[in-house]
Write a protein of this length. Structure first.
Length: 439
């Protein structure tokens, strides 16, 4: 970071910004880990905001507690998750009587950030403004949950956080987020196997990772994967998997942005070819490099989507009456428990199921027969078995009989084919379908 007072003009800021951005891009091309790149980009914007504030307000601008305002990072910038050309959302939080005092210098700060070519989202708000906005705008409420103090008054920032937390209703927020996610899939495609997926917004992309973090913020006031695992929303293996997949999705998005010189998130056919080569895929006798890369990408995003689905299922509150009805209507089917909504492997049979692929396959055959979904814990057992056992373990006569029963029987739904699709989607989410069908 430059010495205090060394950046005394917009030209100095731009020179520093361009030099550091090129240094970070060079580290990316050298193969630096994507979390390092993301952190470095965020640190650079933090520096630029601090120096721009010093130009707008004077050198004592960052003295916490001595000013009636706070500069706050929101959204992805608040999470410290900036890719090369991500939006930069900055809020000026002011005390009610100080709006006129900071109007001109805050406008100067925002103008400098615009002049430095950041894709800037900016606002000037009081604490009451934030509360009103959070009450009526889900996107704004989410961004405020991820707020991070950059400089200015810590007491003012803490007051805002306390009041937002006191007014927050987790159940309503999670219901709204679940619906928002559903609508997004309708817009961007409700499958992880799109020909040209959007790395951020398509199912299984970065937005699903954000969605998991929002559950953590809503229930535990933290977006840390391990905290979610400790709270029961993730298993330890799921948390590790999300950590790895987040790094890979960041790597892809960083490369898309650096290569294009602008914000772009669509993995086009040309970009698929280029990235397959950049990531070192060499091809095999029956697979081109780009096919290998996209197989990996679809598998990764499928896992992210499936975990996100399960996290929201676990977070969904169920009424006591619904749980009582499930208990009252539960039927035993050998190693399984059937309700009107789900089928589950009985607790005493879970260890056996984890060691017996045929029992896992029977779970899906019964789910199809009774037109229900496998319960969350049973899906996790199926996913673990699909990962543990090679394809050859799934090519047995008994497993083949269960699979053919799914394909031949229409199930109970009126549409028939829709019931088959529902079961196959459930199997695909846990990567079981790939074990049964040849590549």
């Amino acid at each position: 970071m430059p010495a205090p007072g060394s950046l005394t003009s917009l030209l100095d800021l731009r020179t520093h910004q361009e030099r550091e951005f090129e240094r970070i891009r060079a580290r990316h091309l050298e193969g630096a880990p994507s979390p390092f790149i993301v952190t470095s980009l965020t640190d650079l914007v933090d520096e630029i905001v601090e120096y721009a504030a010093a130009l707008a307000f004077g050198p004592d601008a960052s003295e916490a507690g001595t000013v009636p305002w706070a500069v706050v990072a929101l959204g992805g910038y608040g999470r410290r998750e900036l890719n090369p050309f991500s939006d930069v959302d900055v809020m000026f939080l002011v005390e009610p009587g100080a709006r006129e005092q900071v109007q001109a210098p805050s406008a100067q700060l925002f103008q400098m950030l615009w002049d430095l070519r950041y894709q800037l989202g900016h606002s000037l708000r009081t604490v009451d403004d934030c509360l009103e906005l959070a009450k009526n705008d889900l996107t704004a409420q989410t961004a405020l949950m991820e707020a991070r103090l950059l400089l200015g008054s810590r007491p003012l920032f803490d007051q805002c956080r306390r009041r937002l937390t006191a007014a927050f209703r987790a159940k309503a927020f999670l219901r709204a987020k679940r619906e928002e996610r559903k609508l997004a899939f309708e817009r961007y495609g409700d499958t992880t196997s799109l020909l040209e997926p959007n790395v951020k917004r398509s199912p299984g992309g970065l937005r699903d990772l954000h969605a998991v973090k929002w559950v953590g913020l809503a229930l535990h006031q933290t977006a840390d994967w391990q905290a979610l695992a400790a709270g029961g929303q993730l298993t330890a293996s799921e948390a590790d998997l999300l950590q790895r997949h987040q790094a890979m999705l960041w790597q892809i998005r960083n490369d898309l942005h650096f290569h294009a010189g602008r914000a772009t998130d669509v993995l086009s056919f040309d970009e698929q070819q280029r990235l397959a080569e950049a990531f070192g895929y060499r091809g095999e006798r029956h697979l081109l490099p780009v096919e290998q890369f996209m197989q990996f990408y679809y598998r990764m995003t499928g896992e992210v989507r499936a975990i996100c689905d399960r996290v929201y299922e676990r977070a969904a509150p169920r009424r006591r009456e619904a749980r009582w009805v499930d208990w009252f209507l539960t039927r035993r089917l050998g190693h399984f428990l059937l309700t009107d909504q789900t089928i589950a492997i009985r607790p005493e049979s879970r260890q056996l199921a984890s060691e017996t692929p045929a029992l896992v396959m029977k779970l899906y055959a019964l789910a199809h027969q009774h037109n229900v979904d496998p319960a969350d814990e049973s899906s996790r057992i199926a996913a673990a078995a699909a990962e543990q056992f090679p394809s050859s373990a799934w090519h047995t006569t008994e497993i083949g009989r269960h699979f053919l029963a799914i394909l031949k029987a229409p199930g109970r739904s009126a549409s028939g084919g829709g019931a088959i699709a529902r079961t196959l989607r459930s199997m695909h989410k846990v990567r079981l379908l790939g074990r049964l069908l040849p590549a």
